[in-house]
Ligand binder design. Structure first.
Ligand SMILES: [Mg+2]
Length: 306
């Protein structure tokens, strides 16, 4: 394959690249859908890849959905997907705590119902989700009641994030041996029309700042997400393609794990962003330069239909 990176993937090159891989990892938002709208042609691409014997996986930093919720959304939008092909950070953080940390104890959870369900599915107890109300006249913040069984603090997207939760997380994290896991570090969730809302990275940084500790994150670009897929399905990194719309998470994950990388322009990052990393001469930023780019993953269709 050619040595120059950030090459437009079209014509005969599409088939050549697809023939060189057995597995394809797709990010979801900005790649196969935008919000609740499927990217035109995306479901055909996914379904044809599978028909041609490729293993297809979905890797997403979003921690607000369980695997089942993803599959339900995918089938509504016409994608043929199974639960075990979906790797979201709610699921991956539960697997990480169970298999890597071998956690014995309860989780103090700053997160969503989906995270609670995925923890329960692997047999890990947690402290519950929803608002953490301030009881009575709260002034003794440093002595809030704590559960002695808690051995880990896990931070994901939490719409009920509050000073009380931040404080409770800090009190747990100052206890010796308390594990600290975050789903992902995305600071913003981009929306249509140039709008955005704060992402989990903001909450995680608040907890890290308070606790004066760094969390271990499981989401992209951390290699754990790929390890999770590879250990369950025996994926060979050199024959795997990562498709994403973000250079700092999706493409970086691919680079971190030795995968081929494809940027699609239906989401956050642009070719100009990629070229700026490439021309920077900064070694660290080269991981954010994709091997290839397409306007949309629908550009893969002619090669799959042929
Ligand atoms: Mg995305």
């Amino acid at each position: 394959m050619s040595g120059s990176k950030c090459t437009r993937l079209n014509g005969a090159l599409v088939k050549q690249v697809l023939d060189s891989v057995d597995s394809v990892l797709f990010d979801c938002d900005g790649v196969i859908w935008r919000g609740d709208q499927a990217i035109p042609g995306a479901s055909q691409v996914i379904n044809l890849l599978k028909q041609k014997g490729k293993k297809v996986f979905f890797v997403t930093n979003n921690s607000t959905k369980t695997r089942k919720m993803y599959v339900d959304k995918m089938s509504t939008l016409g994608f043929n997907a199974k639960e075990d092909e979906v790797f979201g950070t709610a699921y991956c953080s539960a697997v990480y705590l169970k298999t890597v940390c071998k956690l014995e104890g309860k989780v103090y959870l700053v997160g969503s119902n989906a995270m609670r369900e995925e923890l329960e599915a692997v047999g890990i107890q947690q402290t519950g989700v929803g608002p953490d109300h301030i009881s009575g006249k709260q002034t003794d913040w440093a002595n809030v009641p704590l559960e002695s069984e808690v051995k880990a603090v896990v931070v994901g997207f939490d719409e009920h994030f509050s000073y009380m939760k931040l404080n409770r997380a800090l009190q747990y994290l100052t206890q010796p041996g308390c594990l600290f896991v975050g789903t992902n570090r995305d600071t913003r969730l981009p929306l249509e029309g140039g709008k955005a809302v704060p992402g989990t990275g903001c909450l995680l940084q608040a907890v890290e700042t308070a606790a004066q500790r760094q969390a271990q994150t499981v989401g992209k670009p951390n290699h754990f997400m790929f390890d999770c897929v590879a250990s369950q399905f025996g994926v060979d990194p050199s024959r795997c393609l990562m498709v994403g719309d973000r250079l700092d998470t999706d493409i970086m994950l691919g680079s971190n794990c030795g995968l081929k990388t494809l940027l699609t322009l239906t989401g956050v990052s642009t070719v100009a962003d990629a070229e700026a990393h490439q021309k920077s001469g900064c070694a660290e930023r080269q991981g954010m330069v994709p091997d290839y780019y397409v306007e949309s993953i629908a550009d893969l269709l002619p090669a799959l239909q042929g």
